[in-house]
Design a protein around this ligand. Structure first.
Ligand code: RB5
Length: 142
């Protein structure tokens, strides 16, 4: 189950990602703004991060204008590793190395075509499980 959240700037991209999820049969819960009128990204970051903390969802996707504010907000929450990615290399690497549980993107930075490829890469890449990466991830929580 994928948690998705967005502020007003991410509403249109969120809809494109949901369309992709529905085509692929990927289950999701939408915690985002349903409007394009001004909203506050920390609210949606907290909702998605909480769904991951309580294991209601396995991974999350967060979208704001730049992806920066919403990833900063998510990363303040225990156990959350939100990675801001605007390319597929980073999306793959953050799953392999950081076991990132949230992908953040900026709807004002990437177009929907690239964003969907980034989502696909993020969701289809497993954590490497290498000891050095496990150790570093544990250090993030100390
Ligand atoms: C909203 O205008 C914008 O500040 C927000 O979407 C995000 O980019 C913040 O980091």
């Amino acid at each position: 189950m994928i948690a998705i959240g967005n502020d007003h700037t991410g509403y249109e991209l969120k809809k494109a990602i949901i369309k992709y999820f529905e085509e692929k049969g990927i289950e999701y819960k939408d915690f985002g703004s349903q409007k394009v009128t001004s909203s506050d990204y920390p609210e949606f970051a907290k909702a998605v991060a909480t769904a991951i903390q309580n294991k209601e969802c396995d991974k999350g996707i967060l979208i704001c204008g730049t992806g920066i504010g919403i990833s900063i907000a998510a990363n303040k929450m225990k156990g959350i590793r939100a990675a801001l990615c605007h390319d597929c290399f980073s999306a793959e690497a953050t799953r392999l190395h950081n076991d990132a549980n949230i992908l953040a993107m900026g709807a004002r930075v990437v177009g929907p075509g690239l964003a969907l490829k980034i989502v696909e890469t993020f969701l289809n890449t497993e954590f490497s499980g290498d000891q050095r990466h496990i150790r570093r991830i544990q250090m993030l929580e100390e």
